[in-house]
Design a binder for this molecule. Structure first.
Ligand code: ZN
Length: 74
């Protein structure tokens, strides 16, 4: 199961989808395609969760970085 960042309108939407997916499978099995260099990496190698619930996506191949902006829910 691969996820291409470029196919999502927003990074936050992708994260929400990934979170739901990760509840049903192991995180290491979820692959994400880098929008810059097209390399596939396990989600566990790419996302860094911060204490403020912000999540940083960093590609280890090309150093592409993207941050989500926490959204208000409810
Ligand atoms: Zn990359």
């Amino acid at each position: 199961m691969n996820y291409d960042l470029t196919s999502y309108v927003s990074f936050t939407m992708l994260l929400e989808k990934l979170t739901k997916k990760m509840e049903a499978t192991r995180m290491s099995e979820v692959l994400v395609v880098c929008p810059m260099c097209r390399s596939e990496q396990p989600i566990t190698n790419l996302l860094t969760a911060q204490s403020n619930q912000n999540v940083i996506y960093t590609c280890p191949t090309c150093q592409y970085e993207k941050r989500n902006i926490p959204t208000k829910k409810g």
